[in-house]
Design a protein around this ligand. Structure first.
Ligand code: ZN
Length: 137
């Protein structure tokens, strides 16, 4: 068992969220389900979503809390707060539950970069190198 290698995502169009933390539309959820049924959970690879509804969990990537922290950091360091668009990835219920702790840790790390003292190693290292992608309607 294993999550996605990355090839799955490159082959398919990214399903982009309509704003930071936006919920998937019915049409997007349908695509997420199709992708989950085909490739499995992107974290662990299971083909079983594990939800009562049978819908795959629409996981935001990068995680919303991380994106918000990056946004805050960017503004705090004089930026515009522009962030990369988030893509939805199918995730199973179990992985969705266990992911929260790791995300929180990452957010704390990012927030600490917005605090002085700044150093050359400090805020800029974990910034997403890419610009926000154009959002689809
Ligand atoms: Zn999983």
């Amino acid at each position: 068992m294993g999550g996605w290698s990355g090839a799955q995502e490159n082959q398919a169009d990214p399903i982009l969220a309509n704003g930071v933390g936006a919920k998937p539309t019915a049409n997007q959820q349908k695509k997420i389900n199709e992708r989950g049924n085909k490739y499995g959970c992107y974290t662990c690879g299971t083909k079983n979503p594990g939800t009562p509804s049978g819908n795959w969990v629409a996981d935001h990537f990068p995680p919303t809390a991380v994106v918000k922290a990056i946004q805050e950091l960017d503004r705090a360091t004089g930026g515009t707060g522009d962030v990369p668009a988030q893509a939805f990835r199918p995730q199973c219920q179990d992985c969705s539950r266990t992911q929260g702790g790791r995300v929180k840790q990452h957010v704390e790390t990012i927030k600490s970069w917005a605090q002085p003292p700044y150093s050359p190693q400090n805020p800029k290292t974990c910034r997403q190198p890419h610009k926000p992608r154009a959002r689809k309607r």
